[in-house]
Ligand binder design. Structure first.
Ligand SMILES: *[C@@H]1O[C@H](CO)[C@@H](O)[C@H](O)[C@H]1NC(C)=O
Length: 159
């Protein structure tokens, strides 16, 4: 079976400001600083942040199931402001997903705010319905909220 989940988060920073962070390795650096206890520790295995870059995420201690995942960045579209990554080892792949793709998209709202759309696309054997139900956009939603808030505060303190 295939599935698709999506959730929109309103972020109070201009689209271009948050996209600059989302599209680059700065995102991993920020997540290590702000969300290591929630998302895990992110290390670059290879690449400069562009398509083909491989990241290794070590989940926080005590996380049930796999202890890490390797993710490959498969798309960065500066025009549509879309970034996609697929799990290539560990994590959701270990759980049984054939495909587990995370997508972040920034959609302009007005000069000072935008929408961060978090989506997950997956493919899994029909027999693994229970595991399919674990697919979630939650980590991406938390990322959008925390990174958005951080950038908003950074902007207002530098004005
Ligand atoms: C990825 O992280 C796991 C868990 O921390 C580790 O065992 C593994 O060696 C790492 N792989 C690479 C390629 O860094």
């Amino acid at each position: 079976m295939r599935g698709y989940l999506s959730h929109d988060t309103v972020v109070e920073v201009p689209a271009a400001v948050i996209w600059d962070v989302y599209r680059s390795l700065e995102l991993g650096r920020l997540l290590n600083e702000l969300l290591q206890d929630v998302i895990g520790k992110i290390e670059v295995v290879q690449g400069d942040g562009g398509v083909g870059t491989i990241l290794n995420v070590t989940f926080p201690p005590g996380t049930p199931g796999p202890s890490y995942m390797k993710e490959m960045i498969t798309k960065i579209d500066d025009e549509m402001r879309v970034k996609e990554a697929e799990v290539i080892e560990g994590g959701d792949k270990d759980l049984g997903f054939v495909l587990y793709r995370r997508r972040l998209q920034i959609i302009e709202k007005d000069a000072e705010s935008c929408i961060s759309r978090s989506s997950v696309e997956y493919e899994i054997d029909d027999k693994l319905e229970d595991i399919a139900s674990q697919a979630s956009t939650k980590p991406l939603e938390i990322l959008a909220e925390v990174v958005g808030k951080y950038l908003k505060e950074k902007r207002s303190s530098s004005n």
